[in-house]
Ligand binder design. Structure first.
Ligand SMILES: NC(=O)c1ccc[n+]([C@@H]2O[C@H](COP(=O)([O-])OP(=O)(O)OC[C@H]3O[C@@H](n4cnc5c(N)ncnc54)[C@H](OP(=O)(O)O)[C@@H]3O)[C@@H](O)[C@H]2O)c1
Length: 383
């Protein structure tokens, strides 16, 4: 959705290079909160007198002050007559914190520049309205696309009531995710694997299928070494409840949550054992076959985003259902070969080439000897 562009009365309709630089700084500050804000948004704020920064702040969930408050505290009396560059619309309601719009008004800020409205219905448009009613100049739209991308998980979560879904796979040059004997460690090199942990750090949940749990016995933890607010929730779609109580997932379930979607499989000695290890077996709420219901259940738990790490069947069914919002492939310059070696994506796939899923906003990044290709599925309606 393109944000509405507005201009400030009395000012030029185009933002200056200084405005862009200071908004980029606000976005960079916001980005420092990755892993520490969900289910809220990433927010950064810069207070400036002309081109000089007099205060800066960013939001992290555990601290009961918003980015604007930190920046205003730092600016002190220099906030009077200043411009605030905020990476998201300031809120005007009483939530966990008092309204940030009040703080900006009381401090005497004269102008607020923001990229976009907050999609949260409690905030949306009301923050800007409050500031304008108090006589502040408000300009919306600067670096809007960058700001939406930065907060893509939050925007999706708020607009759709479902977690943002990112599919990530590592493949050989010929599109294989394992050899014919199931050997898949490691197709990609150390740089790609380090990047994979950074990606895990950005997400609230990580999801795999029963096949991958069985073949790889993965741990699925965030080993980025960076601080996170909530542990990464590890999710397995396992209709037949086949996961072993001795698996790494089950053995570590007390340290980091493990959710198994086990459809209508009956309670058994195995499920009892898994549960005694701390695994949560989800039966009634959602079957792993009903992916919409799985996502609804994750949303109900306030999980804003989910990273799917395979395998081929789970990746294919999510893509066939049109439920993937972002895709990353890490391509290694190796050829595995063999008609029995699994291809990256199972499911139905496209019938005709024109039906093949096309990506947009594609980024291609070299990771050591590998290449990362990341993009967003083009929805059919967008042509
Ligand atoms: N290179 C990589 O990035 C990468 C990543 C992950 C895995 N792998 C490799 O991929 C292989 C495993 O792939 P896979 O396709 O066999 O297994 P998978 O996709 O991990 O799991 C498939 C199984 O999950 C269960 N399932 C439950 N709900 C499902 C749903 N909605 N859609 C699809 N499956 C659902 C099904 O088992 P039930 O019918 O029994 O419930 C199905 O057989 C392994 O060799 C692994 O090493 C590679």
């Amino acid at each position: 959705m393109q944000p509405k562009l507005e201009t400030i009365e009395g000012l030029e309709s185009e933002w200056t290079e200084t405005d862009r630089r200071l908004m980029r700084r606000a976005l960079a500050l916001a980005a420092q909160g990755v892993g520490q804000v969900s289910p809220g948004p990433l927010v950064g704020c810069v207070i400036a007198q002309g081109s000089e920064i007099v205060g800066e702040g960013l939001y992290v969930y555990e601290q009961l002050k918003h980015a604007e408050t930190y920046a205003l505290e730092q600016a002190g009396t220099k906030a009077k007559g200043a411009t605030a560059y905020v990476s998201l619309e300031p809120h005007a309601h009483h939530g966990r914190t008092p309204p940030c719009t009040d703080a900006l008004i009381v401090a005497g800020v004269s102008c607020v520049i923001a990229p976009t409205q907050d999609p949260n219905p409690k905030v949306s448009g009301k923050g800007f309205e409050h500031l304008r009613a108090a006589g502040l100049a408000v300009s919306v739209g600067l670096l809007a696309r960058d700001a939406e991308k930065l907060n893509e998980k939050y925007f999706h979560f708020m607009r759709t009531g479902r977690p943002f879904v990112h599919l990530k796979l590592a493949t050989s040059l010929d599109g294989k995710i394992a050899t014919r004997t199931g050997d898949s460690r490691w197709i990609t090199g150390t740089e790609s694997r380090a990047r994979a942990h950074e990606l895990r750090h950005e997400y609230d949940a990580i999801l795999i299928g029963a096949g991958t749990a069985l073949a790889d016995d993965p741990l699925l933890t965030d080993r980025s070494g960076r601080k996170r607010r909530r542990p990464l929730v590890r999710v397995v779609l396992d209709e037949q409840l086949t996961i072993a109580p001795e698996s790494k997932l089950a053995m570590t379930a007390k340290d980091a949550p493990v959710l198994i979607f086990a459809g209508s499989s009956p309670t058994s000695a195995l499920s009892d054992e898994l549960e005694s290890r701390g695994v949560e077996v989800v039966r009634d709420r959602a079957s792993g076959r009903d992916l919409g219901a799985v996502l609804d259940e994750l949303w109900r738990r306030e999980l804003q985003s989910v990273l799917i790490e395979g395998g081929a069947n789970v990746a294919g069914t999510f893509l066939d259902a049109g439920l993937v919002n972002k895709i990353s492939f890490f391509l290694a310059p190796v050829v595995i070969g063999g008609s029995e070696a699994p291809n990256a994506i199972g499911g139905q796939g496209a019938q005709r080439l024109v039906d093949a899923l096309e990506l947009q906003d594609v980024e291609v990044i070299t990771r050591g000897r590998d290449i990362e290709v990341t993009g967003y599925p083009k929805r059919r309606a967008e042509g």
